[in-house]
Design a protein around this ligand. Structure first.
Ligand code: ATP
Length: 284
């Protein structure tokens, strides 16, 4: 038997860090949502007790460092599944971009193997398994729009954003999430984005209030370290995007745009100096 599962990219409409915890993790508050740029996973049963990962791209690990591999191993061990699985990752989400590509692949693997092996694991339990793999994985299991707190694993579903265009641009640099969090002076942050403001904007379905409440404290680190990310943000604003923010720890910057007529100018302007630009919709 063979099944397919989509693994969409996430963006953070808001990312706040409250403090660094004693266990080394950061206490965060994030409002996350999905966009319709997705990896596609093909999973088929193997009679042998092995996990095999393949991908059409050559620059991601295919061994136990791959998050889809780790997800398959975890579910196999925890539910004592004897069969193996072959997983092909058709990667469309840029890697190490702040779009949770690996986390979404892990979440799609959990959802997919739950179906393939008819395990009937409830979503809450899949989320708990996901939390063992990474902070963004539980959100990627549920999808939708959520307020994530704790280290990202406590989820509260909230109103989805009003429909709009999302322009994603990734400069050709790799940013390590661990490095960005490591450099963040969490206790010295002067301003924090407003969770209440963003929640209100989403509850009202107000595109302009949503744009006005975008915020990500990790910009204080990444924009200092990589001036090209700052320039990209400034260019997107100049080209006419209504709201612009870096996603996650970067380096991808996204622009929210309400009018289709503006898209060609923004896309062409960015493509002049940035190779990886995508125009997508919110997944609502
Ligand atoms: P996040 O936003 O959750 O921090 P990200 O979008 O910044 O994630 P990923 O695309 O998940 O980053 O990749 C981070 C690293 O994880 C890559 O450098 C890659 O080596 C490794 N990795 C492991 N599994 C995968 C996967 N299935 N797809 C992509 N990268 C993976």
């Amino acid at each position: 038997m063979k099944i397919y599962e989509k693994a969409p990219a996430k963006i953070n409409l808001l990312l706040d860090v409250l403090r660094k915890r004693e266990d080394g993790y950061h206490e965060v508050e994030m409002i996350m949502t999905m966009v319709d740029l997705a990896d596609r996973l093909e999973m088929s049963e193997l009679p042998r007790d092995t996990i095999i990962i393949s991908s059409q791209v050559g620059y991601i690990p295919l061994d136990e460092k791959n998050l889809a591999f780790q997800a398959a191993r975890l579910i196999k061990e925890r539910y004592e599944v004897q069969q193996g699985v072959y997983i092909h990752l058709d990667k469309k989400i840029p890697v190490a971009a702040g779009l949770a590509g690996g986390s979404s692949d892990a979440a799609a693997t959990l959802r997919g193997l739950n179906r393939l092996w008819r395990l009937n694991i409830p979503e809450e339990e899949l989320c708990a398994l996901g939390a063992e793999l990474g902070s963004d994985v539980p959100f990627c299991v549920t999808g939708g729009t959520a307020l994530a707190s704790g280290r990202g694993e406590k989820l509260e579903p909230i109103n989805c954003p009003p429909q709009c265009w999302v322009v994603l641009a990734k400069p050709p640099i790799n940013v390590s999430t661990a490095d960005v969090y490591g450099r963040l002076r969490a206790n010295e942050l002067k301003t924090h984005p407003s969770i209440a403001g963003m929640r209100k904007a989403l509850a009202r379905g107000s595109f302009h209030e949503m744009c006005g409440n975008l915020g990500n404290v990790l910009e204080t680190v990444t924009l200092e370290l990589y001036p090209e990310v700052r320039q990209l943000k400034e260019s997107m604003i100049r080209l006419g995007a209504d709201g612009v923010l870096m996603s996650g720890s970067g380096p991808t910057v996204f622009g929210l745009v309400s009018k289709e007529a503006k898209l060609a100018r923004i896309y062409n302007g960015l493509r002049g100096f940035c190779k990886e630009v995508y125009v997508v919709r919110m997944l609502t």
